[in-house]
Design a protein around this ligand. Structure first.
Ligand code: ZN
Length: 394
């Protein structure tokens, strides 16, 4: 593939010149707590991004939400006189502003860089990805270098299954010619081309309270029932076909000397192929419906849901195109499968060619050991920008 020239070089150089500005914005965003349920925090991150977009001539609109953070939809126009294969279908960049961390975490662990690694809550997942999306938009607004309009969504609630964003994501992706999700790149540069789908659920079991000493037989133990259900739920796991079912939290009971009148559990079900997911979910519903301890009742609520990222021919071509652009910049990338779910599943499910994890490289997301390879910020921004600029040749 040909080396960058003309406008391409101008965009790539501009990104390189803004390395310290990118790092500053990563620091600013990491140092704001923005757990998924912290609307004020997620909106504070949004306010900082809106200021950046405004300063760089990128138009945006806000999609308000009462419960979760507002979504931001930003747009940069394409180059004028775009002919060729010239699709006016937009390129979509995805990024979420929320993290899995509680309020106070940013104060305890502010963004730091040591030995080339950044740390702090959400540094790689995915505040650095949000930052490269913002700078790539700014570069395209400045140089009008993109073959198609670019739309970027900065959403609020990916870590809990995007309850408030998935409609907007699907709707925007429907008309997109390509979707890039800037979740963290894998160590070594891996790009994610397949992901599991999944559901987060809450299971509530109701029994009947009774004194555990005086009249045990009058009670109906919700804890015994949920324990029996949990054993069956875990037995749904079949790693050979890529199904996993894990109960991540349990709670219940009243006092040590009372037959438990209620119990709850949170369940995480994941799958690779939609048909396997549907089969596992019906088995799960049967487990919920069947009462092992007579007299108990159970209710299941789906609290979050992700579609799997299933690699289509078009998304495989998009990966090959991205990889060729990265190689033209001296970077090597490979395609990988991930068990973690992401918004890229929603865009793939409506047929948009999608690749994921094009963000700066990092690891150990969702843990205090999360890190960001600071030297990867500019190269990943450049690979993304070049892949967009060369889409007409893809
Ligand atoms: Zn993420």
């Amino acid at each position: 593939m040909t080396p960058p020239s003309g406008t391409e070089t101008a965009v790539l150089s501009w990104l390189a010149e803004h390395e310290s500005a990118m790092l500053d914005l990563v620091r600013t965003l990491v140092d704001i707590d923005s757990g998924s349920y912290d609307k004020a925090g997620v909106d504070a991150v949004g306010a900082r991004l809106r200021a950046f977009l405004g300063e760089h001539g990128v138009g945006f609109s806000v999609v308000p939400n009462d419960r979760f953070g507002d979504a931001i939809r930003a747009e940069a126009n394409n180059r004028s006189g775009n002919g060729a294969a010239g699709s006016n279908a937009p390129v979509l960049l995805l990024g979420h502003r929320d993290t899995v961390f509680p309020a106070g975490e940013a104060g305890r662990r502010p963004f730091r860089v040591a030995d080339g690694r950044g740390s702090g809550p959400g540094c790689c997942d995915m505040k650095a990805g949000v930052v490269i999306n913002a700078f790539v938009l700014a570069a395209f607004a400045r140089f009008a270098a993109a073959p198609s309009p670019i739309t970027a969504l900065f959403t609020a609630d990916e870590e809990i299954g995007s309850p408030s964003s998935k409609g907007l994501i699907r709707e925007t992706a429907r008309s997109a010619r390509a979707v890039f999700n800037s979740e963290p790149g894998r160590p070594g540069g891996g790009i994610v081309t397949g992901r599991k789908g999944g559901k987060f659920m809450r299971l509530d079991v109701v029994g009947k309270a009774a004194h555990a000493g005086n009249n045990l037989a009058d009670g109906i133990s919700a804890i015994e029932e949920i324990a029996r259900k949990i054993v069956k739920l875990h037995a749904l796991t079949d790693l050979v076909v890529g199904i996993s079912c894990n109960v991540g939290t349990i709670a219940g009971g009243q006092t040590v000397n009372t037959v438990a009148p209620h119990a709850t559990a949170e369940v995480d079900l994941r799958y690779i192929r939609p048909e396997d997911g549907a089969r596992a979910f019906s088995a799960l519903e049967a487990i919920v419906a069947e009462s092992n301890v007579p007299g108990t009742t159970a209710r299941l609520e789906i609290t979050g849901e992700f579609e799997p990222l299933v690699a289509s021919d078009a998304s495989k071509r998009l990966f090959e195109h991205y990889a060729a652009c990265a190689r033209a910049l001296g970077q090597s990338v490979e395609s990988m499968f991930a068990g973690g779910c992401a918004d890229s599943g929603f865009t793939a499910s409506v047929g948009a060619p999608t690749i994921c994890a094009v963000g700066p490289i990092g690891g150990r997301a969702h843990s205090p050991d999360e890190y960001l390879e600071v030297d990867s910020i500019v190269p990943r921004a450049q690979a993304l920008a070049l892949a967009i600029m060369r889409l007409d040749g893809a």
